[in-house]
Write a protein that binds this ligand. Structure first.
Ligand SMILES: O=c1ccn([C@@H]2O[C@H](COP(=O)(O)OP(=O)(O)O[C@H]3O[C@H](CO)[C@H](O)[C@H](O)[C@H]3O)[C@@H](O)[C@H]2O)c(=O)[nH]1
Length: 308
């Protein structure tokens, strides 16, 4: 049993991770400012601080009080498009906030820092697909730049201060509790719109390819990162590409949606193709995705049907 901090523990991925850590018997503290996270997502067995990770004084107190063995850092400004519109806001949360946590983790002897990074926004276009971790990142959005920056700080803190880390570069994560409001998270958006029989918009020609990974598989990768021998950067996705048109069709079948999609202007900055090579995670983490897209979409649909 370990003392664990989960930042962003009321969010989509974070709240599932908190549930899993509690099931495994860990003592879990959550820090979340509820900017994206929802109190309904939060497991009541976790100790909760509603505060920003940028608040150094408060974070100092939390670290001093709880003697964390591990930090899972998921709190973030999570929208790529917001990062383009408001790069300062993005950097304050995603770079400065992360740095505060890194400093406190060193000061209070955290054994390992597990960071939620991005595979979708870090490599850029014009890279070989499936893309492996050796490919030099060329992020094209402030969001991707910030995530890559934190990975570089992680390297620095490891070399200079001895803080061990794992950075998990996720594909397009989907599943229950993903928020359909806003621009990101196509599975949540399509599912909730189809259930209400509303119009569904496809940006561009619908041939944009993504690597969709189910949230419980992402949680599993986080849990496996606790193994002492595991360290470094790992892609976490499926290696399978799916177009938006294919996704539309699968979800329309599952929800009995009969409207045609409405094709709209391509979204600025959208990558054409993102598929991640996850063989490193398989070899060194002992991780493999268990839920294929069809099963994952059905599970997600159940959640949205039961009130979302
Ligand atoms: O209503 C919509 C919403 C999305 N899309 C398309 O669906 C695909 C996926 O879009 P998302 O917004 O779901 O996700 P992104 O691929 O833009 O992924 C980015 O946003 C994600 C948030 O869910 C993660 O942060 C990820 O790391 C980051 O690369 C894109 O081709 C997009 O154009 C539509 O056609 N219609």
């Amino acid at each position: 049993m370990a003392n664990v901090l989960v930042t962003g523990g009321a969010g989509f991925i974070g709240s599932h991770l908190v549930d899993a850590l509690l099931r495994e018997g860990h003592r879990v503290v959550v820090v979340d400012n509820l900017s994206n996270g929802k109190i309904e997502n939060l497991n009541r067995q976790a100790l909760f601080y509603q505060q920003s990770i940028q608040d150094e004084e408060m974070m100092e107190r939390v670290f001093m009080l709880h003697h964390f063995d591990y930090v899972f850092h998921l709190a973030a400004q999570a929208s790529v498009s917001v990062s383009v519109k408001e790069p300062v806001k993005d950097a304050m949360s995603n770079i400065v906030g992360s740095l505060v946590l890194l400093e406190k983790s060193v000061k209070y002897g955290v054994k390992k820092f597990i960071f939620s990074s991005t595979g979708g926004a870090i490599y850029g276009d014009d890279v070989p697909v499936p893309t492996n971790e050796e490919v030099c990142p060329k992020p094209v959005s402030p969001y991707g730049i910030a995530k890559r920056s934190v990975e570089m700080y992680l390297d620095f803190f490891k070399k200079e201060k001895g803080l061990d880390y794992v950075s998990l570069r996720y594909g397009n994560v989907y599943g229950p509790r993903q928020d359909p409001n806003g621009e990101a998270g196509v599975v949540a958006i399509f599912t909730s719109r189809m259930l209400k029989n509303e119009e569904v918009h496809i940006f561009g020609d619908g041939e944009y390819v993504r690597d969709y990974v189910y949230v419980s598989d992402v949680v599993e990768a986080n849990l496996l990162s606790l193994k002492p021998e595991v360290s470094g950067i790992f892609n976490i996705a499926t290696g399978v590409g799916t177009t938006v048109n294919q996704l539309f069709k699968m979800l329309a079948e599952l929800t009995n949606y009969s409207k045609e999609p409405v094709y709209a202007e391509p979204r600025k900055g959208d990558l054409r193709k993102s598929i991640l090579d996850c063989s490193k995670a398989e070899k060194l983490l002992g991780w493999k995705p268990k839920i294929d897209l069809k099963t994952g979409l059905a599970l997600t649909l159940e959640f949205f049907k039961s009130g979302g």
